[in-house]
Design a protein around this ligand. Structure first.
Ligand code: TRP
Length: 527
């Protein structure tokens, strides 16, 4: 239940519909189902197995399984960094849901001028105070629950609230399906249009499949370590996958017919849920708007809360595994992720930091892309390579069959086919494909290389130097000394490049405006 609570979150209700909408509706859905069941579930089962086998958080788990090749633990670290980034963007969006909950129950959404919810959302998300207050509130709530003990509080609460969420999604589906013109939305969701499916889309959908199951970042290793030894891991993985997918598809069924019935854009991006659903609630009258709108956004916030808690829990457990005090790690992590979240909130469309861009994307867009598209597939690839090729087959079999007491007719397909070949090949293919297809600006590529060098290679080197006193030290010292100015240089070139592009764009815009003014003047003169 806890793992399902982690998996079912904003990813299902907020992110899945807009990803589907952006990349061709049904085409995206088919691909998503394929990715979820063949790759996502394979990873889920692998992570649960690693976790239960070792009883550790990711870094220590990899160490325990491969004591000789300690480099593997950095795969665990990369996953935890991904968790941290997800937590930050999660706080921003969860804050939005809190705000919408409040606006629904207080009746403010009924009075939105001309029913312009897109404008309302844009104004709210770019305002300087409200989103930040909401996200800090949400972070404090998460922290308080972590500090107060997860097992007794939140698990009991989520066992009640998750079914309620399901009921509410179903009610919304019914309402949405009975709107005039609903069939267009269904057709959009279920009729595949492969022309909209770009490589970028394939990567985004793969990323979404992993994101939605919370795999590829080690959280399920942490949860695996909590699973009793006599539970059936395969069944658990199956249940989590089915529940998670069902909620995502139902959210799509609730949203798309309404999108079409009210003439909205199905590819509305991150604002989709916030722009479109209030329209639907308002169509149910004032009471409907307050009751259904309030309940929906409350439950969305609860779904987000159970996921945010598990993110903070995974990070806190990591500290605890290394002997750090739980409460102290939880507080520090909350403060740092709040700081990043505030910056991300300000960088959203129209916000005060929105004009600071790297390769045409704001910090918010970067976090969304990194945590949704790029990082989970990379971490997942490394995880599955470890699982399929570096873990002992016998110990996997032993763990999955509960020491030979469970029948495992699916083992061959799972291990020899999916885990060793299909999943790594698919992940690699999609990643490579998107690298070759993407039209990155030079500046973006440079900055990404610089960041990777600086934040991954350099610490690795320092860690290495600190540990053994071999002759290789010299190389790392040299690299550390060379890398710092190189980092600075790359950043300078990159920023200069994007600054140049920005200036050029301003000049172009000015030209267009000048031409418009001239033609306006001449038309006046003619008259
Ligand atoms: N699966 C969550 C969702 O669908 C998001 C998520 C990704 C997550 N990774 C996580 C949640 C790790 C908790 C822990 O919204």
């Amino acid at each position: 239940m806890a793992a399902a609570g982690s998996a079912i979150g904003l990813g299902n209700i907020w992110r899945f519909p807009y990803i589907c909408g952006k990349y061709g509706g049904g085409a995206a859905l088919i691909l998503y189902l394929f990715f979820v069941f063949f790759i996502g579930m394979t990873l889920l089962l692998s992570e649960l197995t690693i976790g239960r086998r070792t009883g550790h958080t990711p870094m220590k788990a990899y160490e325990a399984l491969q004591p000789k090749h300690t480099m593997w633990r950095y795969v665990g670290l990369a996953g935890l960094i991904t968790c941290f980034l997800i937590l930050s963007i999660y706080l921003v969006i969860s804050g939005w849901t809190l705000n919408y909950f409040w606006e629904s129950v207080s009746g403010q959404l009924i009075g939105v001028a001309n029913g312009d919810f897109a404008g309302h959302f844009a104004a709210f998300a770019s305002s300087p105070v409200a989103p930040v207050v909401c996200l800090v509130l949400f972070a404090v709530l998460t922290l308080v629950i972590i500090l107060g003990g997860v097992q007794n509080g939140i698990e009991k609460v989520s066992k009640i609230l998750m079914p309620v969420l399901l009921v509410l999604v179903l009610v919304l589906c019914v309402r949405s399906l009975t709107l005039p013109g609903a069939s267009k939305g269904l057709a959009y969701l279920f009729n595949p249009d492969f022309s909209k499916l770009t490589w970028e889309g394939v990567l985004a959908i793969l990323g979404q499949a992993l994101f939605s199951l919370s795999v590829g970042m080690g959280v399920m290793i942490v949860y695996g370590s909590y699973i009793p030894k006599n539970d059936n891991l395969f069944k658990s993985a199956m249940w989590i996958t089915v529940c998670d997918t069902a909620i995502a598809v139902l959210a799509g069924v609730a949203i798309f017919p309404a999108v079409f019935a009210f003439g909205q854009d199905p590819a509305g991006g991150p604002g989709l849920v916030f722009n479109v659903l209030p329209v639907v609630f308002n169509s149910m009258g004032a009471v409907g708007s307050i009751v259904f709108g309030g309940a929906f956004f409350l439950l969305l916030a609860v779904a987000a809360l159970t996921s945010a808690i598990s993110l903070l829990e995974a990070l806190t457990a990591w500290g605890a595994d290394y002997g750090k005090k739980r409460s102290l790690s939880a507080i520090l992590l909350t403060i740092v992720s709040c700081a990043l979240a505030v910056l991300a909130a300000y960088s959203f469309d129209g916000g005060i930091l929105n004009s600071y861009k790297l390769g045409d994307m704001s910090l918010f867009d970067w976090l969304d892309k990194l945590t949704g598209s790029y990082l989970p597939p990379v971490c997942a690839l490394l995880t599955i390579i470890f699982f399929g090729w570096f873990m002992k087959k016998d110990s996997i079999m032993d763990e999955l069959s509960n020491h030979g007491t469970l029948p495992t007719p699916w083992f061959k397909v799972f291990y020899s086919f999916l885990a060793r070949f299909v999943a790594p090949a698919a992940l690699l293919l999609v990643l490579l494909g998107s690298v070759f297809q993407a039209e990155f600006e030079v500046s973006t590529v440079l900055i990404v290389i610089a960041l990777v060098l600086y934040f991954f290679v350099l610490p690795l080197g320092v860690a290495y130097v600190a540990k053994d006193k071999g002759r290789k030290n010299v190389l790392w010292y040299f690299l550390s000394i060379v890398l710092t100015p190189l980092f600075a240089l790359l950043m300078l070139i990159a920023l200069g490049d994007s600054g140049e592009k920005h200036r050029q764009r301003l000049i172009d815009d000015e030209h267009i405006r000048m031409k418009a003014r001239e033609s306006y003047k001449s038309s006046i003169a003619k008259e």
